[in-house]
Ligand binder design. Structure first.
Ligand code: MN
Length: 211
């Protein structure tokens, strides 16, 4: 069974003015579609066919560069579309576990935003910024090059990504040109905290009780 390009959970223009429709159209319809097609080609006829993408990435050191780049590209963009929403932005509700965990691990939501924006802004060249949860339910921020991510066994920062921001130029150049920091700030206006919160709760491997 081959991997499939997921549909966007909102219209292409739904995230305007923060992310423009043309960028979404090319990013989803060309870039993400391309990673999906090349991932399928890279695993066709191998024992990776039928495996979950998370399991493929967890052992990516054993696989080809094509599996690493396109498997990462497939997974990362699936997450990216999911963690944005035209109804997003602002702060997670204080009753959400993710809000309590952000305050616990970063001191405040503002500090979290500053650290995340720094990770996104200082990633040289193409890559991603991540908010991850580790096996003890602790949150951390990091960035990775290219289409790597913290699920991969070749990456320094290990964890389950619950929020990701694409800082490849293809993600923002049409609207923001070289102004990556403006794009990063705009992203905070569309973050779907309900989804990030659910991902945090679902990960919760250490069973932290925030009640
Ligand atoms: Mn991208």
């Amino acid at each position: 069974m081959a991997f499939e390009l997921p549909s966007l959970p909102y219209a292409k223009d739904a995230l305007e003015p923060h992310i423009d429709a043309r960028t979404m159209e090319i990013h989803h319809g060309k870039h993400h579609a391309g990673y999906t097609k090349k991932l399928n080609a890279a695993i066709e006829g191998t024992d990776l066919e039928g495996k979950k993408i998370e399991d493929i990435l967890a052992n990516v050191s054993k696989h080809s560069g094509g599996v690493r780049n396109n498997g990462g590209g497939y997974y990362n963009h699936c997450l990216f579309w999911e963690v944005m929403s035209p109804d997003g932005g602002g702060e997670p509700s204080a009753t959400m576990n993710i809000s309590k965990a952000i305050n616990r691990d970063f001191g405040s939501f503002e500090n979290f935003k500053t650290e995340f924006a720094k990770a996104a802004g200082t990633r040289f060249g193409s890559g991603w910024a991540w908010l991850c949860v580790d096996k003890d339910d602790k949150l951390s921020i990091c960035s990775t090059p290219n289409q790597d991510n913290p699920l991969m066994d070749v990456v320094d920062c290990q964890g389950t990504p619950i929020l990701g921001l694409d800082v490849w130029e293809h993600a923002y150049y049409l609207n923001y040109q070289n102004r990556r920091p403006d794009y990063v700030q705009a992203f905070f206006n569309v973050v779907n905290w309900a989804v990030v919160s659910k991902k945090f709760n679902d990960a919760n491997p250490g069973g932290s009780d925030f009640s």
